[in-house]
Design a protein. Sequence first.
Length: 767
Amino acid sequence: MKNKFLFITFIYCLIVIRINAQQCDLTLAGTVIDPHESEGLSGARIYIEESNQQLFADSIGFFKFSNLCIGSYHITIDHSACESQKLFIDLLRDTFIFVELEHHGHFLQSITIEGSRVGSEGASQNTIRYNEIEKHSGEPLAVLLEQVTGVSSYKNGSGIAKPIINGMSGNRISILNNGIVQAGQQWGSDHAPEIDPFSVEQIKVIKGVDVITYGGNSLGGVVLMEPASIPKDPHLHGIQLISFQTNGNLLAYASKVEVSKKKFDCRWTLGGKYGGDRSTPDYYLTNTGLKELSSSIFFIRDRIKSSTRVYASIFNTELGILRGSHIGNVTDLQQAITKEIPLFTQEQFSYQIESPKQKVGHYLIKFSHQRQTKIHLYEMIAAAQINHRREFDVRRNGRSSTPALNLLMQSYNVDFKDRLELRNHHFNYGVQSKLNVNTNQSGTGILPLIPNYNLYNLAAYFQWKRVRSSVTYEGGLRYDMNSFNVTYQSKETPQVFQKGKHNFQNFNLAGGIKYKVIEPWVLRLNIGLAQRSPEVNELYSSGLHQAVAGIEEGNINLMPEHSYKSMFTSSVSISHRLIFETNIYCQKINRYIYLEPQKEFRLTIRGAFPLFIYKQTDALIYGLDVLAKVELSDQLNWVNRFSYIKSRDLITQVGIPYIPSHQLTTSINYGIDRILLTRNLNIEIGGKYVFRRSDLLESQDFLASPDAYFLMNARIAFDFKVRQEFFNISAQADNILNNKYRDYLNRLRYFANEEGINVKLALKWSF
């Protein structure tokens, strides 16, 4: 009996000791700061999911939780007008953390540090973060990029758009999907990038020295689509987003889930869109529906000094082209261009997509391996892409289901990079190789617009940077060798197959300097010399480009472009209350290649179409981008953007076609951290004024430049919590006044007005 009593006493003592050892007396403290100003953000909310506790940071951004137990915690940090930050912490002892919240959603100059790579100092680099990507879910990539000052969209109807950066577009802009130049049919305004913006964490627009590391033909700039690292959280987390747009009854869905395991991290995304005919204030835009399905998967395996990543994505879309843009004869075409309501316009809404239309599939797989040493960061990349484009025309005898253009592109990349740091000197150099094989698939029964060709590219680049106290110097050099092997059919009768071979060698040279005048005032200067080879479509196009309803003819005698560009940027940032930035640029391009409209309509067996011919001239493009943001209070801020751009043909002394107009946008944003049962209530109202291009002659186009126009928009969004689940609801309205207008940069402006009012409702679930 005595032994039994001693045993029970011993077990009781162990339990008491265990309970005492588990006393919840740990603290978690930290500071929430603005990364640009290194100042605390007062009023930031810090929420611990497991204990359902929340605090608000004090005037210097400090917070402290007490009496926490040992364990794992999910923490959410947010602030009005900021992008929320989520953390996972294994709390074993008293802990202090620093949290950076991006408080400048409209900040133009975003210098980033990634690994051991220091962001460009002399370049202009703009970042669109994830909250902005979510806000514009369901919109094309180019429309999302318009959030950056100096970026416009070159459109083909409602759902197809390509970005224009400081007047440069098409082949002069490189878009990188997870570090790989997007390989597809880049030519033409109807060839929107086959990328789902929701699959990436942030988008960067680079206009300066850093362009050298990404592509030799990027005279205008580079768009980087970058996925974020996956948080080291062993639990499954993600976002589910569904939205509906009233114009076109477009339903969009996006999903992202991610998890971190011991051996690897994984993220999976899925997106889709289904919409019907868009509408102007007066009529439907018949046959402008779309269907889209995309998905990606991302694996990361991190070790102490190395990292291996595998990324794969698929993107499939079917897009209708305005039926009223395809006309049967010259007389009807002349009538259609001046007609108020397009031909073939239906009175009822429809989801049906008929010819003319296009179907595109894009598939990408990428493997990369990084190894870190004391001063080096080596990276090897291998990637493969397949792009399959089919365009369907209105054809007789039931052949509309047979594609009139059927192109298959295979692209293969192998890159080697190294980043080296020696005290205050930073070096970035590498070798890149690319093979593109583009072939027309048989069975179209039509002479192809683009011939079969192979492109071989070999490139090497070198970047240097020196950082001193108040001055940073930067320089870069790039060499590209491009070789085209082309098989095409002659235009003469009888038609025979001919071989064409073109070899181009391009050199890019750039330099930049950053000078900190005083603490809030920074100056940046960037100067660059670049060459761009003509692309196959500019050399060999021959026939109907049906998606833009025009006949295009290339010029086999085109020579490489030579560009001389300078940019000067002045940034003033006083705390987070005032941001004022100006970017002045000037670019002279010798032998500038452009598509010139002809005063000629050409009748073919497929109908009557306007004629466009590729030509060269000497061009001057210059302008000014201005960003001004004023925070009137902790809740209220006012953002203004202005883009002024001019172009001049130095030979004919007239304006250059398809250069954007001046633009002015303004928005007022009001945010409240908490009201009733909601959090992060955000109300925004804005306007956009686009000027008329008055520097073009009537003889330069089929129609005079459209009039200036003004659009208004508004948005409201807020968060709320149901049990342990977080939701966000938003409502947005574009073109609130339902104005009738035509945009100069829309190739289908000859036939129809732009869209009318559009209301978008969205629900996001975060878990």
